[in-house]
Design a protein around this ligand. Structure first.
Ligand SMILES: Cc1cc2nc3c(=O)[nH]c(=O)nc-3n(C[C@H](O)[C@H](O)[C@H](O)COP(=O)(O)OP(=O)(O)OC[C@H]3O[C@@H](n4cnc5c(N)ncnc54)[C@H](O)[C@@H]3O)c2cc1C
Length: 474
């Protein structure tokens, strides 16, 4: 939306009245930083000198009341509103594709309650997640939500995208950790979901807004579980002869105990990891695993682990790798340590039952490698459930086209091919990075007529379609 001249000044003035003049910006530099997130296409677009999607104005409200005023103004003028947390999303979810208002949540970062009776903390959703972790740690507790982007992404972003951290096999995803939320609806009404997450008072409102990616409202506050720190966090690495035996061992283990972390790597990743650990190249399937909790209980779990994995011929590679990985699990994602432009890359995470997960791996690998010989495909499996696991697979193209339109075309073709292979074999569009603009088109392919449930909610809550247009396939 491009409102210019007198009328734009009038709206700007109304927004300044709602959140304070110093908390509104039309500066070109601010528009630029709110036009590029961690979506490869948005970064490539800027890298090639193209103009990123630009908001007309960036507003930074302090609380639900101010958010409510902004949404009322936006609704009146039918102006698009895109919520922006840390801008660390990989699916282009925070990009203001239709212009209008970017609502940056980072001023809503106050921790308002730390309740050790009921084991939760309440915070504004603009808080960077690491700050919540520090706050909990200083009091002897932990959030147990450790995604690799915890230093740059917000609580609201993780809720809006259904995020996941590295110890989720024991503690769950962000949607398992949320007790209750305050949400501002597109019409400006401020609502609270149920005071507790488990009840029979109708459908779960938390789960309607968690994963809604800013298309149904703005999550302004959330009560999130806190956990006692484990007495012991213990790592062990294993080498299996192949993925099939590793999966069989992993799923049997899950019927007995819950490791906090289980990461199983495909052959391509195993070869390079094993070389780092034992100095020689070896084939197979490498697994890094952690047990944690009270020392006495971990001791029992260790015995169960060794007995179970011995049945599947796992070779014990000790604890050093896991301990080092834990210390470096985030630095690995810093610039200079992982893929970056000029490479083209993407993480096509999906999740499926054990009956389908290996099939999906081979189908995605074949689809990507056969159709795009210039792409390398690697994968690992983390976040295990009793019923299945998540596949975290990546493609990497070292020399993508320089022409931005051709680069966009190749990028999207690889994505559609890979994700369709997952869908054809019982997978889903995404496990934890969300949908955004990147995968919106595939939502209908996954859901078919079920998509009308989401479309109906959208129509009811946001009849003017102002909230985050072109995202989530809505
Ligand atoms: C290096 C790196 C590693 C990553 N590792 C992980 C990982 O391990 N696990 C994981 O889950 N993700 C990971 N991600 C992805 C990313 O961090 C998540 O998608 C995260 O949820 C984005 O949060 P954000 O605050 O940066 O959101 P943004 O990018 O600002 O926004 C993401 C989406 O959420 C919406 N949104 C944001 N805040 C709100 C709100 N308060 N109310 C309503 N909607 C809102 C936006 O409109 C947008 O649609 C990684 C990203 C990077 C760059």
């Amino acid at each position: 939306m491009q409102l210019k001249g007198f009328m734009f000044d009038m709206i700007q003035n109304e927004l300044e009245d709602a959140v304070g003049r110093e908390n509104c910006s039309t500066r070109e530099a601010d528009k630029l930083v709110h036009g590029v997130d961690y979506y490869w296409l948005s970064r490539m677009w800027a890298d090639r000198g193209m103009t990123p999607p630009e908001a007309d104005i960036i507003v930074c409200p302090k609380n639900a009341k101010e958010v409510s005023s902004v949404l009322k103004i936006a609704n009146y003028y039918k102006m698009p509103v895109t919520t922006w947390g840390g801008g660390g999303g990989t699916q282009g979810g925070a990009l203001p594709l239709a212009g209008g208002i970017v609502l940056d949540t980072k001023r809503m970062n106050e921790i308002t309650e730390f309740n050790t009776d009921s084991m939760y903390m309440e915070s504004g959703t603009g808080a960077i997640h690491t700050h919540l972790e520090w706050y909990a740690n200083e009091r002897g507790y932990a959030t147990m939500h450790y995604p690799s982007s915890q230093n740059c992404s917000t609580l609201g972003g993780f809720l809006a995208h259904r995020g996941i951290g590295v110890v989720s096999t024991k503690y769950g995803k962000i949607d398992d950790m949320c007790l209750s939320m305050e949400v501002v609806l597109p019409n400006g009404d401020i609502i609270n979901t149920s005071p507790v997450p488990k009840h029979a008072a109708g459908p779960d409102l938390n789960q309607i807004f968690i994963g809604s990616e800013g298309t149904l409202g703005v999550i302004t506050k959330a009560q999130m579980r806190i956990y006692v720190q484990p007495e012991l966090r213990w790592f062990r690495a294993f080498l299996f002869k192949d993925l099939t035996s590793a999966f069989a061992a992993g799923k049997e283990l899950l019927t007995k105990i819950k490791p906090s972390c289980m990461r199983l790597y495909d052959e391509a990743e195993t070869v390079s990891l094993i070389k780092k650990i034992v100095g020689v190249e070896r084939k197979g399937a490498f697994m890094n695993l952690a047990l944690e909790g009270m020392k006495d209980i971990v001791a029992v779990e260790q015995k169960i682990l060794f007995d179970t994995f011995a049945k599947y011929g796992a070779e014990d590679l000790g604890s050093d790798y896991g301990e080092k990985w834990w210390k470096e699990k985030i630095t690995f994602f810093y610039p200079g340590h992982m893929m970056d432009i000029p490479q083209m890359f993407g993480t096509m995470d999906s999740v499926a039952t054990y009956s389908n997960i290996e099939k999906i791996y081979w189908a995605m690998k074949e689809a990507v490698e056969t159709n795009f010989p210039m792409a390398k495909f690697i994968a690992h499996f983390s976040h295990w459930y009793e019923w299945g696991a998540m596949i975290y697979d990546r493609f990497i193209v070292d020399n993508p086209p320089q022409d931005p339109h051709e680069a966009l075309r190749l990028h999207n073709q690889i994505w559609y091919t890979g994700v369709r292979a997952a869908l054809a074999n019982g997978g889903v569009v995404n496990d934890h990075h969300g949908v955004g603009v990147k995968l919106g088109k595939l939502m209908k392919e996954q859901y078919g007529p079920a998509m009308q449930v989401m479309e109906g909610l959208k129509r009811q809550l946001d009849p003017n379609g102002i909230m985050n247009p072109y995202k989530l396939g809505l």
